[in-house]
Design a binder for this molecule. Sequence first.
Ligand code: BGC
Length: 488
Amino acid sequence: MDKLRERRNLFILGVAIATSGLALYYMLSKKKKKLTIDQQLNLDRDKLHIINRIKDKYHISYENMVKIKGHILSEFQLGLQKVDGESQSSIKMLPTFITKKPNGTEEGICYALDVGGTNARAIKVKLDGNGKAEILETRKQVIPSSLMNGRGDDLFDFLAACLSDVLDEGAERYSIGFTFSFPVDQRNVRSGYLIKWTKGFNTSDVTGKDVVKLLDQALERAGIKAEITVLINDTVGTLIASSYLNTEHETIAGIILGTGSNAAYVEKQSSIEKLDEKDNDGIMVINTEWGNFDSPLYKYLIPTEQDIMLDKDSINFSQQHFEKMISGMYLGEIVRLELMELSESSLFRHNNSENILKPYHFGTEMMSEIEKDNTPTLSNIESFLSKLSIPNTTYFERKLLKELCTAVSVRSARLVAAAIAAIVEKVGKIDEHCIVAVDGSLYELYPNYADNIKNALNEMGYSKVILKLTKDGSGIGAALAAAVLSNE
Ligand code: BGC
């Protein structure tokens, strides 16, 4: 009997030892697996140091964010003042002569032509009078680079043709809202003189001219009977569209975060010192053109070597410094310039791919793909890079690339948050819930970008701001503005 018990005890002991052995082996092997990845980084102080250096280089601290907000606010104020000659502000603060926002009751069929950064889009919109807008027809065309750098008349003929595709046949005359997303000097809603091109455009014979007249002439050449009822910026369209679509809170601003970047907001006419005639109880939408903040000299932003290089080689040197740090057209180029430098010191050994060698061949949409990868070995990045003819990257190279993309995109989001905070402060809405309408591919599609702006706003104490994606706002807004004006 004793022997039997002894054997059973021995058996139980054996099972216990085997089980804990297995458990220990499992734990160790898990740890070992983790080590193989971390080994390449955490245990290698030099590599960790390189990654941290990149992170620091693009980091905007809380203190800097608050300082930049203050400088933007001062430039806003300066830009509204009356001056003899050129304004001292790098932010133009352009009056738009839009003095009314829609209230949701507008109805009817409207047309709009929306000329942005990369595309031209014509739309036919139905407003149902209940705060709903439905796009019935749309015609979107990429603006060929030959037209971005060609003759003005050719560009406007192309735009007229795009518009004619959505107009109903047989109508006597059409009323059209025209969204033109470049800085224009306006004296009323029906005209605007191009101040300068941005976003890579360099079409001749347009700067200094009335773009409504140029479109009118092109429509006439095409035999289309149409009247341009209103000319607006895309930020103004976004603001107007959100005022119609979101009536639960007041929309105070419209922002574009796409190829380019800019903001429009609602100002009291009494605060727009430079307006010759004003209704002191009225409002007017101001197109800030914040993309030019801190130009021509960097006084407040801290550019990296790569920012300076990008600016120097751009077709609009010493202009749009803020835009060049935040918008979709430029973020990929900043990353590419960093990769070129890293490859010189063999930290990223893949400088023979076109995407790394050629300016603007590493797009912001590629950064987006890279930041999306949360696999433990960053294997999605590996296959993505292989498709770009960048094969056989090491884990360290992939990790470095991902951290670089994050550093550049988070810097953009924190700078944008500082600028939004400046608007909220300008209109005195820090303690109220208010909507800031946002459109643009960077905001809509880039992983974590919208959250990064929101978090930075919370960090600065602007937690009541509601950021609202307002898709197609620029086009719908133009159609709405045309409807509001035709009701007058
Ligand atoms: C233009 C603005 C425009 C913004 C977004 C900037 O480059 O100067 O007028 O609103 O891009 O499209």
